[in-house]
Design a protein around this ligand. Structure first.
Ligand SMILES: Nc1ncnc2c1ncn2[C@@H]1O[C@H](COP(=O)(O)OP(=O)(O)OP(=O)(O)O)[C@@H](O)[C@H]1O
Length: 297
């Protein structure tokens, strides 16, 4: 367990006869940002809630730095930071009161710097229910990290956030990571997962389809790199049927070779290059490939 922050083995969660999470296993290293991706109903929240000790697993084991969350919730409370869902706070509590309450619960001084950082300083005496959706989210994040938890669990943290708040949260996450915090991040946002996560697990119907770095997950797919070329003349016209906004478009799994080949044709035919764009397949394409087929291809 030395370098491991979290070890999940054969974990199952059922609701009546329904198997929401079906015997999954994964490990999260200390200081890692671990992304959990999956379509609606895949079992992400059920998994996070069992990590947080809010739900009891129906099979398997969960170990968080040597603690079983279903049995030792008191020991767990200062170790982990959890971004609550909105319903977790009373509607009449003010921003200031919420920070005081959470700090007292964790026995630390109130972190008003986090309130400032989350751009809520002028809302200090405003009630929770009067904050906008994005402001509520930012408050919940400030509360989740007020006690410098070793493990931070975030469920869709940037949903409903505007671009600036999103960037601020990503910066905060990177800072926490550099201080050694382990972060588990469930998200629907592929770009966020690709940018932030060291490794990602893709969950589908309660099972893990793949766990790896974003780069390796993308590379393991059948999607090809898109090459778009704009030229002065028509040297490439016979080589592709796809022309988008005056760009000749090619798909290749050997983009380097393909680009050389196209450059040679342009030169041989006395044509001139105006623009060349090479776009590697995205995590989103790979995610759709995995989740639509229901398995790894
Ligand atoms: N309390 C519950 N009682 C019955 N079924 C539940 C309960 N909680 C979750 N489920 C079911 O378990 C499955 C997994 O739900 P979960 O919320 O874990 O998925 P999710 O991946 O977080 O989905 P989303 O992205 O939509 O939030 C879903 O089919 C859901 O309907």
């Amino acid at each position: 367990m030395s370098n491991l922050a979290i070890k999940v083995s054969n974990f199952t969660k059922t609701y009546g006869d329904f198997i929401a999470v079906d015997g999954i296993s994964f490990e999260v290293n200390k200081g890692e940002i671990f992304g959990i991706l999956g379509p609606n109903g895949a079992g992400k929240t059920s998994t996070l809630e069992c990590l947080e000790g809010l739900r009891i697993p129906d099979g398997g084991t969960i170990d968080i730095m040597g603690i079983d969350p279903s049995k030792n919730s008191k020991e767990l409370k200062n170790l982990i930071g959890v971004q609550l869902q909105s319903s977790g706070l009373p509607s009449t509590i003010t921003v200031k009161e919420a920070m005081q309450l959470f700090s007292a619960y964790h026995n630390v001084q109130p972190r008003y710097d986090l309130i400032k950082r989350m751009d809520l300083w002028d809302k200090l005496n405003i009630q929770y229910s009067q904050l906008s959706g994005g402001q509520q989210k930012r408050l919940l994040i400030a509360l989740a990290v007020c006690h410098n938890p070793q493990i931070l669990i975030l469920d869709e943290p940037t949903a409903a956030l505007d671009v600036e708040s999103r960037v601020e949260l990503h910066t905060l996450m990177k800072e926490l990571k550099s201080q050694g915090t382990t972060i588990v991040l469930a998200t629907h946002d592929m770009a966020e997962a690709e940018k932030m996560a060291d490794r990602i697990a893709i969950l589908l119907k309660g099972k893990i389809m793949i766990i790896d770095t974003p780069k390796k997950i993308v590379a393991s797919g059948s999607s090809k790199t898109k090459i778009s070329v704009r030229t002065v003349g028509t040297s490439l016209v016979d080589l592709t049927d796809i022309v988008v906004d005056e760009y000749y478009v090619f798909y290749s799994d050997k983009p380097g070779t393909k680009v050389m080949e196209l450059m040679n044709v342009i030169e041989e035919k006395g044509d001139s290059l105006i623009d060349l764009r090479v776009e590697r397949p995205s995590l989103e394409e790979r995610f759709l490939e995995i989740t639509s087929i229901g398995g790894i291809q």
